[in-house]
Every structure is written in structure tokens, then in C-alpha cells.
Design a binder for this molecule. Structure first.
Ligand code: ADP
Ligand code: MG
Length: 365
């Protein structure tokens, strides 16, 4: 049969558009959780407690003690592009929050049942609201969609149930609930290391002991020891690196200024696979380029096939970072990426080489 002529272009149905857009941001339970953790941190929380059922597919609940949400804002909470964090385009170049697009909760409400219980300090009680497809819906049959008063602590509890109930392909592409749970723990573990002042707790629904639990005033080394174990913690070394040179002082306002801090294992520690935690402006991101550069440093220090643990946090002037390049914000672009990567890798290398030389020296004397 001859190829058909051009087909008519049609507008997609609104609900289909929203579901497609949601799928780009919420890939799996762990990506929903990442958005929720970032919201809690944006809200100034010092305690983040997560409860999971069936790898997060049945239930994903996150409770924080942050600033809460004003009752008057609840009707807009799950609407797309509604946010308390960004108002002008130029704000994008001075971001100090994780969120800015107002898409996370909206996306979740298009692919799951979402509800919120929240209380600000000045509220006398908590308020509960439920959402579907971006708008408030009654929590129970016969009720109105308006927020309902209820008991609750200061802060916010968000509950996500039946994730991907209306996108069966996405649901069937997910792995086992134990693998999804492992990914949830991985995201929480990494945020817990980066935020040693925040207490993180994660457990399965109905279980009495959490799989992950950190105190609220710790430091990075202690948190790494608690979550990754003593074998890694006892071989950790630490460096800081920055754009500062002796003769010029760019100051805080120099868009090219940056600082970095790293905790990484020395040559005594040899794992099968690299564990790499990378935060750029406090955002958990991936950068194959930075990872490769650090791995090549280690290839000169470790035997073939052995890999390190590396935690690296880079802070760059917000004006030099573009966080809006990826729907899940998993990648960011920043100015002078090559030069910054090289300087950090060099610092790590000198530290590692210095370490192994002083060890040789210890053995000889
Ligand atoms: P964004 O984080 O990009 O603003 P979200 O959809 O993640 O978009 O959240 C929408 C808004 O809901 C946020 O701007 C914030 O005002 C509010 N919010 C969401 N989660 C919390 C929370 N845990 N505590 C306080 N406010 C929250
Ligand atoms: Mg957000």
C-alpha cells in the first residue's frame, strides 16, 4: 500500500499532556522522593521521616518539620508552575532553593493519589488537602475539596499512594519493590551525607526499626561512617579547593568564583565499584565527566579494577550554573567546567600522592 498522505495535526488532550510531562520528571518512586526531600530542605526542615510500602509504589510518605504551607496556598499546591520560590526570570540566575519550576507536586498529582497535611507555626491546627490531576479533590466521598482541619505537628506530611496507577507502562517498567526501595535508600543516604545537620529516617510501613536513621547534629565524616561503614570512614581524607588565587580576590560577587570540598578514600581502600556522591550547589547531580576525571586520578594510585569512595561538593556562583537543562535536574551545566574539574582533580591527586608517600615513610622508619 502507498504511504498515507500527511495526517492532520491535532491538539493533545490536556490530561494526556500533563501525564506525558509528569513522566519526564517522575521516573520512579526514588525520583518522586528526591523532589519531596528537596522541598522539605527548601522549607528549612531539620527532620525528614519517610515511610515506604511496596518499594514506594503503594505508599511513599514524607514528614518534615519545616515551615509548613499556608492554608490559603493549599488550593494552588498541585497546580503546574505554581511556586513560592521563583517569580522573575532573573531569579533563575540567583537560585538558592532546590525548587523553582513548581512542577514536582503537580507532576505527582497526575500519576498518583497525593495528599498533604500541613501546619505553619501560626496555625492553631493542621490542614489536610487531597489532589488529583493538579487540583484539590475531596479527601472522602461526599466532602468538598476544601482543606479540612485536623491534628498535626508544625511542618508538612505529603502522602503519595498508588504511584503510576494510571500509567501502566511506567508501572510495569519498574523493577521489583526491593530494587525500588534500594534506590530510595540510596537517594536518602546521599542527601543525609550532604546534610549532616538534618535527621533522616527511612523505614518500611509496619516495621519498627528503620533501615536508615541519622541524628540531627552530626558532621560529614560521622555520617559517612554511619551510612557507608567504618571500612570507608577510616580511610577518608579531606581537601578543600577554590577559585581563589593569591594575587586576585574576586570576592563573593564574582560569578566565576567557586569552592569545593571533598571526602575520599586513600589507596588503602579498594572497592569493586566507584561510589561517587556529587553535589553542585547542594543539588545531587550526575556528571560523567567529573567522575571520569577523578577515576583517572585513582587509576594512578589504585591497582587495576579497584575503585574509591568519593564525596564531592562544589559551590559555584548561581549565575554560573544552569540547573534548567534536565527535567529531573539530574545534570547541570556550569561555567568553566573543565578548569574547575581539573583543579579539583589535581588537589585530590596531590593529597593521595602525599598520603601514600607518608605511608611509605612510616614503614621505613
Ligand atoms: P517548587 O519546589 O519548584 O516550588 P513543587 O511542586 O515542588 O515546586 O512545590 C510547590 C510549592 O509547594 C513550593 O514552592 C512550596 O511553596 C510548597 N511546598 C512543597 N513542599 C513543601 C514542604 N515540604 N514544606 C513547605 N512547603 C512546601
Ligand atoms: Mg520542589
Amino acid at each position: 500500500t502507498p504511504p498515507p498522505g500527511p495526517l492532520p495535526i491535532r491538539r493533545l488532550h490536556e490530561s494526556l499532556i500533563n501525564r506525558i510531562a509528569a513522566g519526564e520528571i517522575i521516573h520512579r518512586p526514588a525520583s518522586a522522593l528526591k523532589e519531596l526531600i528537596e522541598n522539605s530542605l527548601d522549607a528549612g526542615a531539620t527532620s525528614i521521616r519517610v515511610v515506604v510500602k511496596d518499594g514506594g509504589m503503594k505508599l511513599l510518605q514524607i514528614q518534615d518539620n519545616g515551615c509548613g504551607i499556608r492554608k490559603a496556598d493549599l488550593p494552588l499546591l498541585a497546580e503546574r508552575f505554581t511556586t513560592s520560590k521563583l517569580s522573575t526570570f532573573s531569579d533563575l540566575s540567583a537560585l538558592t532553593t532546590y525548587g523553582f519550576r513548581g512542577e514536582a507536586l503537580a507532576s505527582i498529582s497526575h500519576v498518583a493519589h497525593l495528599s498533604a497535611v500541613t501546619k505553619t507555626k501560626s496555625d492553631s491546627c493542621a490542614w489536610k488537602a487531597s489532589y488529583s490531576d493538579g487540583v484539590p479533590v475531596p479527601s472522602k466521598a461526599g466532602q468538598t475539596p476544601d482543606p479540612k482541619p485536623c491534628a498535626g505537628n508544625d511542618g508538612t506530611t505529603l502522602t503519595i499512594e498508588d504511584l503510576f496507577y494510571n500509567t501502566p507502562t511506567r508501572l510495569s517498567a519498574l523493577r521489583s519493590s526491593s530494587e525500588e526501595y534500594a534506590r530510595i535508600l540510596d537517594v536518602m543516604t546521599k542527601y543525609a551525607v550532604h546534610n549532616p545537620n538534618v535527621s533522616f529516617v527511612c523505614k518500611k510501613a509496619g516495621s519498627s526499626s528503620p533501615e536508615l536513621s541519622t541524628p540531627s547534629s552530626s558532621d560529614i565524616t560521622q555520617t559517612i561512617r554511619l551510612l557507608y561503614g567504618h571500612t570507608i570512614a577510616k580511610e577518608l581524607v579531606h581537601i578543600t579547593s577554590s577559585s581563589e588565587t593569591n594575587d586576585e580576590h574576586g570576592g563573593d560577587d564574582d560569578p566565576e568564583s567557586w569552592t569545593a570540598e571533598a571526602y575520599f578514600t586513600n589507596a588503602n581502600y579498594q572497592a569493586k565499584k566507584t561510589v561517587f556522591l556529587l553535589f553542585i550547589n547542594h543539588r545531587l547531580v550526575e556528571s560523567p565527566r567529573i567522575k571520569r576525571s577523578i577515576e583517572s586520578v585513582y587509576s594512578g594510585v589504585l591497582p587495576k579494577g579497584a575503585s574509591p569512595f568519593v564525596y564531592l561538593s562544589i559551590n559555584i556562583h548561581p549565575r554560573s550554573v544552569d540547573v534548567n537543562v534536565h527535567p529531573t535536574k539530574r545534570e547541570v551545566h556550569f561555567l568553566n567546567e573543565e578548569a574547575i574539574t581539573e583543579k579539583i582533580s589535581d588537589s585530590i591527586q596531590s593529597k593521595l600522592v602525599g598520603q601514600s608517600q607518608s605511608r611509605v615513610f612510616e614503614y621505613q622508619t
